[in-house]
Each structure stands twice: as structure tokens, then as C-alpha cells.
Design a protein around this ligand. Structure first.
Ligand code: NAG
Ligand code: NAG
Ligand code: NAG
Ligand code: NAG
Ligand code: NAG
Length: 558
């Protein structure tokens, strides 16, 4: 046998013993995670690179592929990656949050194995440890439909990944120190696209992407920032929205789109204007003083002339801007006739007809504990114990690590009180159909993300929620997705079936808030400890905290 087939055979045997399905194709990645220096805002600073790249390497895969990522941690602190929006069905073991996995220690490596199942679209991975996400370690995950499944638009000439984010010159360890001292990290220094803050008229701006005249391209755009919502738009070109976080949308045409922290979407852009350079613009939203960045998009061979300095205007600001943004959210509809993997196998396609079994009303607050700044949900500010919650549960010692249900399903009367500092774990019933209302009483926008599930984003309105608001929900063609924004002094409602057994993080996507406690976990336990509901703990699972050295419980059975 030659070397390549030996490696394949070993890999095959290795994978047979784990949770991935052997008959589907494998993709292997080896990632070396290091510090490096780049100058996103013109000043050299320390960032996190993967295989020398910023943003990190693309995971380009097809639904049902098995993805194997061997991560070598060459940073000087623990590291974990999460695969945001990849549902990890029956497999929270590899979800990469501190509540599910032990971190990869410096100087060691760990191999993630998972299957991208029944989902198509644009996602990204990022580090969940410390405040590393402020300086990189993220990269795109593009999940394609299988060959036989029709996609509701023609194959684009090429696909481009755009990562837009706010940026701090301070570096993540300094930001972390500021938060640990009980202060806020304040306003970012600017915006970057794919690692660069570009200015209009800058001589050395190289094109980020080049299009050929009259061809159509798919731009997969993600906001990987720490806290800043953005609006993005192309000079002279409109965009056809085709996908949001794994759902094919009704294909509306937009001049500009709002994209909130943690969100991804795909637009088609046709190079149907004069062959020359154009700016792609991103502008901050909902800050008193706007800040922007531009990237150059070339149409043609570069001889067509420079981009004109007049940028397309951003949408309105203040209250009017919020109304504009809510209207745009309402225009996002799921294309019900496009054939694609449905996000929820249990038939919640007709989600409007399912009876709600539990309602959570979750209110965020900026508060304090022990005299220091904390962020909380319903008065509880989450802390990560040394023993991951999932492992404590699996090894049957949850009581030594956390208590279930210290947070109420509704907010306490007084959110001004100091927060309760504790692991925030809700005992959720397997297969319950839940409604979650996020109410934001603060002056800043929020975004939330749920692991392990897609949900239907059924409503957003200004003001306070009350049960009568349910009649305003979109119960027909809301987008199935995994993030939702909550505007200042507004509410947002989502619905989902908690049908994925595991320990799943619901968190603010604004990383300083998450870091200081604005997150929680749903423990979705299958009563049966059956392989039908959940995969076995992987053979290579790292053990730490109280479960280190404990003997692994009996595997699940059929
Ligand atoms: C990405 O995956 C798709 C579908 O599997 C394939 O058509 C395309 O060529 C891939 N692109 C790259 C750059 O590998
Ligand atoms: C670390 O990498 C080596 C290959 O260099 C691999 O054989 C080993 O399984 C990896 N360790 C873990 C825990 O994944
Ligand atoms: C929805 O998808 C179908 C099937 O691919 C397509 O024919 C139709 O144009 C799409 N509808 C809209 C409104 O985008
Ligand atoms: C939903 O609840 C209503 C009233 O409680 C009941 O009549 C109906 O049968 C339920 N529907 C389903 C699908 O369980
Ligand atoms: C979780 O809730 C279920 C009912 O849904 C109950 O049977 C179980 O005892 C609860 N577990 C804990 C640890 O509270």
C-alpha cells in the first residue's frame, strides 16, 4: 500500500470508532495557531493567525461532509474554537464553548471531528477562550448543497468571503485587563474588512476582489466584530440577497444591508457597470459618530480607472435609523419553495402551528457584582466553572459544579440589583417547542446566538413585549437562523424546538458582554442516554477539572 492510502485507511479506521459517519467524504485540516503581527489600522500589532493567515483558512465543504481539524495551540494561553451556526447534531461534545469542552492547553494539539449535516450557507469559526476573538483566530465556513439538491440561483462565477469587524488598537490582553478591572472597553478605533482599514483615495489600496465584466459573484459577508453593527453597500451596484445563516431567502434587491455582530449572509452582485474600480463600504451603525472602512472591488483588468470618491450614503441614524433597520429585517423572508435541507428535521417547517411549551423572557442588563462591571441575563451573570458543564453532567457530578435553574424564565422585578454570579444553566426539556423573547431596556443594540439549533426569528418591535404581541409574529415565512439582533428599547422573539440533546450556549455575540456574563446554557438531556439522541463522548475528549482522571461512564446504547 502506498503512503497516501495508508493514511486514508488509518483515518478511516480512526473515524469508524468515533461519531462521524464513515460513508460520507472527509476533509482534513491541520491548523497551527500562532501570534503574528499585522497593521489593520496602520499600527503594527499582535494578532492571532492560523497557518499564518488572517482571517484564518476557509473550511469549504458540502452538506454531510466529515470535517477533521487538528488544532495545534502555539499561543501562550488555553484555546478553544467554536463553529458558529454549525449545528453539531447530537454532538455538543465538539461545540467548543467552555461549557462543553476543556481548553486545548498551550503547546498541545487536539483534533475536532464533526459532520456538517443538513445545512447550507455561510458560517464562521472563532476562539471562545479569553478575548482572543478581538484579534482574529476566525475564518469562514462555507457549506454547499449536495450536487443533486437544486440551489435557487445560478452558480456564481466565484465566491468571495468578506469579514467585516470593528477593531481596537489596544490588543486583546489589554482589553481583557480593562474588563477584568471592571471597566468597559468603550468605543472601537475603527472598522476593518478582511484585516484592513481602507480609506477613500488611498494610493496603495489593492483590490480585495476582482470581477469579470457581466459575471455574477456570491459575496458571503460576516460581521465578526466585538460590538459594532455595520451597514455595507457597493458603489454603483445593488445586491440580491440569497442566503442568511443557512436559509435561502426570497431574493429581494438591496442597495445596502445592515449586518449585526455574529451574523452572516450571502448576496449576489453582477459586474454590470463600466469596467473600473468601485468601493465596497462598511459603516458603523447606532454610534453617535459613524466610522467607516472601504475596500476596492475591481471590475475588469485594472485599466478602467480609479473608483470615484463619492460613496453611497449610509442609512438614516437615531430613531429613524432603527425603524429603517427593523423594516429591513421584516423584508427578510424564507423562500418556502426553494428545495434545501430544512434546518429542523422534526417538521417545524410549519412552526406557526406548533403549540408553545415554554416561554422565556430574557432581559439583558449592565450591572455589577462585587463592585465590578458585569453583564447579566435576568439578573444572572454567567461564570465558567473549571469543569465544563457538559462533562459534569455526563460524569454525573453536576451538583458539585453547578445548580440548574438559578435563573427564572422571567426577569426579576429589579434589574438594578447586583447580579448573581454563577454558572447559568437551564434544565430544558428535550423536544420542547420554546419561545424566547429578548427584551432590551438598554440604549445599545444587542445580538444573541444560540448553539445547536436554528430558530425562527418571528418578530422585532420597539417597546416592551406582551402576550398580545404574538399576533404580530411572522408565523409563515420567518428566516430560520441562529442569531438575532435586539434594538435599543425593543424586543425580539424567536421560536425553536430544543430537539438536539446536549449542552448549548445562548450568548450575546458582543464578546465583552459574553466575557462578563451575558450568556447561559440550555441543558437538553435526552432521558434515555441513547445513541439515537446523542453521540458517545469522543475517544479523544480532553478531561479537566473534577472529571480529570475519573473513569468514563458506560457508553450510550441503542
Ligand atoms: C468549494 O466547494 C464547492 C462544493 O463542494 C466546490 O464546487 C468548489 O470548487 C470549492 N471551492 C474551493 C475553492 O475549494
Ligand atoms: C496531535 O497531532 C498528532 C499528529 O501530529 C495526532 O496523531 C494526534 O492524534 C493529535 N492529538 C490529538 C489529541 O488530537
Ligand atoms: C424561490 O426558490 C424557487 C426555487 O428555486 C425559485 O424558483 C424562486 O424564484 C424563488 N423565489 C423567490 C421569491 O426568490
Ligand atoms: C394546541 O393547543 C390547543 C389548545 O390548547 C389544542 O386544542 C391543540 O390540539 C394543540 N395542538 C397540537 C398540535 O398539539
Ligand atoms: C429537569 O426537568 C425534568 C422535567 O422536565 C425533571 O424530570 C428533572 O428532574 C429535572 N432535572 C433537574 C436536575 O432538575
Amino acid at each position: 500500500m502506498d503512503r497516501a492510502s495508508t493514511i486514508m485507511l488509518v483515518a478511516f479506521l480512526l473515524c469508524l470508532s468515533t461519531t462521524v459517519r464513515a460513508e460520507d467524504p472527509y476533509l482534513f485540516y491541520t491548523w497551527k495557531v500562532t501570534y503574528g503581527t499585522i497593521s489593520p489600522m496602520g499600527v503594527p500589532q499582535q494578532v492571532i493567525l492560523i497557518n499564518g493567515q488572517f482571517p484564518g483558512p476557509k473550511i469549504n465543504c458540502t452538506s454531510n461532509n466529515n470535517v477533521i481539524v487538528n488544532v495545534f495551540n502555539e499561543l501562550d494561553e488555553p484555546l478553544l474554537f467554536t463553529w458558529s451556526g454549525i449545528q453539531q447534531r447530537k454532538n455538543s461534545w465538539v461545540d467548543g464553548t467552555p461549557g462543553t469542552m476543556c481548553p486545548i492547553l498551550p503547546g498541545t494539539n487536539f483534533t475536532y471531528k464533526f459532520q456538517v449535516k443538513d445545512q447550507i450557507g455561510s458560517y464562521f469559526y472563532f476562539p471562545t477562550t479569553s478575548l482572543q476573538r478581538a484579534v482574529g483566530g476566525y475564518g469562514p465556513i462555507n457549506v454547499h448543497s449536495r450536487e443533486l439538491i437544486p440551489v435557487p440561483f445560478d452558480r456564481p462565477a466565484e465566491e468571495f468571503n468578506v469579514f467585516v469587524s470593528d477593531w481596537y488598537k489596544k490588543g486583546y490582553k489589554t482589553l481583557k485587563k480593562i474588563l477584568d478591572n471592571g471597566q468597559t472597553i468603550a468605543r472601537p478605533d475603527g472598522l476593518v474588512m478582511n484585516g484592513k482599514n481602507g480609506k477613500v483615495g488611498e494610493n496603495k489600496l489593492n483590490p480585495l476582489f476582482t470581477m469579470e465584466p457581466s459575471k455574477t459573484y456570491r459575496y458571503r459577508v460576516c460581521n465578526v466584530g466585538l460590538r459594532t453593527s455595520v451597514n455595507f453597500r457597493f458603489q454603483g451596484h445593488s445586491m440580491t440577497l440569497v442566503e442568511i445563516e443557512g436559509s435561502h431567502t426570497v431574493q429581494n434587491v438591496y442597495d445596502s444591508l445592515d449586518l449585526h455582530v455574529g451574523q452572516c449572509l450571502s448576496v449576489l452582485v453582477t459586474a454590470n457597470k463600466e469596467a473600473k474600480d468601485y468601493y465596497l463600504v462598511a459603516t458603523s451603525r447606532f454610534f453617535k459618530q459613524e466610522f467607516s472602512t472601504v475596500a476596492l472591488i475591481r471590475n475588469g483588468n485594472g485599466n478602467g480607472g480609479p473608483a470615484t470618491p463619492e460613496l453611497p450614503p449610509p442609512p438614516p441614524v437615531n430613531t429613524e435609523g432603527i425603524a429603517w433597520s427593523i423594516n429591513q429585517f421584516r423584508s427578510f423572508r424564507w423562500n418556502l419553495t426553494a428545495s434545501a435541507a430544512r434546518p429542523n428535521p422534526q417538521g417545524s417547517y410549519h412552526y406557526g402551528q406548533i403549540n408553545i411549551t415554554r416561554t422565556f423572557k430574557l432581559v439583558n442588563s449592565k450591572t455589577q457584582a462585587n463592585g465590578k462591571l458585569r453583564y447579566a441575563i435576568n439578573g444572572v451573570s454567567h461564570t465558567d466553572p473549571d469543569t465544563p458543564l457538559k462533562l459534569a453532567e455526563y460524569f454525573e457530578i453536576p451538583g458539585k459544579v453547578f445548580k440548574y435553574d438559578i435563573m427564572g424564565d422571567n426577569p426579576p422585578d429589579n434589574l438594578e440589583n447586583p447580579a448573581t454570579l454563577a454558572p447559568n444553566v437551564v434544565n430544558a426539556t428535550f423536544r420542547n417547542f420554546v419561545e424566547i423573547i429578548f427584551e432590551n431596556h438598554e440604549k445599545t443594540i444587542q445580538t444573541y446566538h444560540l448553539d445547536g439549533h436554528s430558530f425562527f426569528a418571528v418578530g422585532i418591535e420597539p417597546g416592551k413585549w406582551s402576550p398580545e404581541k404574538r399576533k404580530n409574529y411572522n408565523l409563515v415565512d420567518a428566516i430560520s437562523r441562529h442569531t438575532i439582533q435586539v434594538y435599543p428599547n425593543s424586543w425580539a422573539a424567536i421560536m425553536t424546538t430544543l430537539d438536539n440533546a446536549g449542552m448549548w450556549n445562548l450568548r450575546s455575540e458582543m464578546w465583552a458582554r459574553t466575557y462578563l456574563g451575558q450568556q447561559m446554557y440550555f441543558s437538553v438531556l435526552s432521558p434515555e442516554r441513547s445513541l439515537r439522541d446523542e453521540h458517545n463522548i469522543p475517544d479523544n475528549q480532553l478531561l479537566c477539572g473534577l472529571v480529570k482522571g475519573m473513569s468514563v461512564p458506560h457508553p450510550y446504547t441503542i
